[in-house]
Design a protein around this ligand. Structure first.
Ligand SMILES: NC(=O)c1ccc[n+]([C@@H]2O[C@H](COP(=O)([O-])OP(=O)(O)OC[C@H]3O[C@@H](n4cnc5c(N)ncnc54)[C@H](OP(=O)(O)O)[C@@H]3O)[C@@H](O)[C@H]2O)c1
Length: 337
């Protein structure tokens, strides 16, 4: 693969617009084609972003020989069929979060990508923001000692609209899959797969989780305290607390651009940051931040890799399992499950 990566955009909704704007900041990325369920929407989107090839079906986009990799930006319940369609046509795929409705769907996607030796990644874009590279660097350097506890929330206020993708169970509605996945993925980045999963959710009139609090246990007594919701707005802060200090990723942490290190304890040679006063790291970036996940796709494909080491498919499967367990404990099953 050369330096140029030819992207196809599958679906023309709100996040597709943001992702395409982000691609303008990703070196080597070219938006070659867009696919929609209608020619009119493909043309409108194509005109808006000067995309040369516009397809009236997703099948035509998947078959387009001028496309290397397809970004899936449809509602949750479409991620699995749309991804399978693209993989079957020989295309690499970046699939929006939540990767699928459940682990069973996700496993089918992962198995097909692995069998066909095609690239597939969960579009957990937050993971690739510069501030999270700084967080990983500080943790590895021992800046907070041993990480012991994570607190993170992501809840926003939406009006109740039973037919919308947020509230409609038939399209995978609910807070957990839409925004709870962000704090779950933060916890997973630091602590890995949980060893215990507990949660409490309030279900709304349409039967989906409108808000939830989750406690994950990890080896050695580490804990994650996470919250999500779609009816009220919370602080959108994340704190990673360790034995020698803590990291506060400033609000809104899931598209964060700065982190403050708050060290605690005496200066030790093992921890070069201990004994310091608070230090804020500015990790601001150009554009809207969606370019960094696209950069990762480009890096992997140019290196001949079919998975990202930063967002591995086994981790995606683990995240889906955690969400399955939480939903099962709340009695939420989507139609067809
Ligand atoms: N990474 C992020 O920051 C972020 C932010 C928001 C949303 N998302 C994720 O992106 C996905 C899409 O969210 P969105 O807010 O962009 O949704 P949206 O505005 O409703 O757009 C979804 C698009 O999917 C296509 N589509 C295919 N089947 C559909 C169906 N049955 N009903 C409605 N649309 C259908 C439509 O495009 P055509 O008409 O062209 O076919 C539609 O424009 C969700 O899974 C969400 O979790 C991610």
């Amino acid at each position: 693969m050369g330096n140029t990566l030819r992207w196809g955009i599958l679906g023309t909704g709100a996040i597709a617009r943001k992702f395409v704007a982000g691609l303008a900041h990703s070196p080597g990325a070219v938006i070659a084609a867009v696919g929609s369920r209608s020619q009119a929407a493909a043309d409108t989107f194509g005109n808006e972003f000067s995309i040369p090839r516009r397809h009236a079906t997703y099948e035509a986009l998947a078959a387009d020989p001028e496309v290397d990799v397809i970004y899936i930006s449809t509602p949750h319940h479409c991620h699995q069929p749309n991804t399978l369609l693209c993989l079957a046509a020989g295309k690499h795929v970046l699939c929006e979060k939540p990767f699928a409705l459940n682990e069973r769907q996700a496993r089918e996607m992962v198995e097909m990508a692995r069998a066909r030796k095609l690239f597939l990644m969960d579009a957990m874009w937050t993971r690739f923001l510069p501030v999270f590279a700084k967080v990983r660097e500080l943790i590895s350097a021992g800046a907070i000692g041993e990480p012991r506890m994570i607190q993170a929330d992501f809840a926003f206020r939406a009006d109740f609209e039973p037919s919308s993708r947020l509230f409609n169970p038939s399209v995978g509605g609910g807070a957990l899959l839409d925004v709870g996945i962000y704090p779950l993925a933060l916890s997973s980045m630091v602590f890995g797969t949980p060893t215990s999963i507990q949660g409490s959710a309030s279900l709304g009139a349409s039967g989906v989780d409108e808000q939830a609090a989750v406690v994950l246990g990890h080896p050695g007594g580490r804990l994650s305290l996470l919250a999500c919701g779609i009816r009220t707005t919370t602080a959108h802060e994340a704190v990673i607390a360790g034995t020698e200090g803590r990291l506060k990723i400033h609000s809104p942490w899931w598209r964060g651009s700065s982190v403050t290190l708050i060290p605690e304890g005496e200066r030790t040679s093992a921890n070069p940051f201990s004994g310091e006063t608070e230090r804020r790291f500015d990790e601001s970036y150009p554009g809207n931040g969606y370019q960094f996940e696209a950069d990762e796709v480009g890096r992997c494909l140019r290196a001949g890799r079919t998975e990202s080491a930063a967002m591995p498919l086994d981790e995606t499967l683990s995240l889906m399992r955690t969400m399955d367990a939480l939903r099962a404990s709340w009695g939420i099953r989507y139609p067809g499950e």
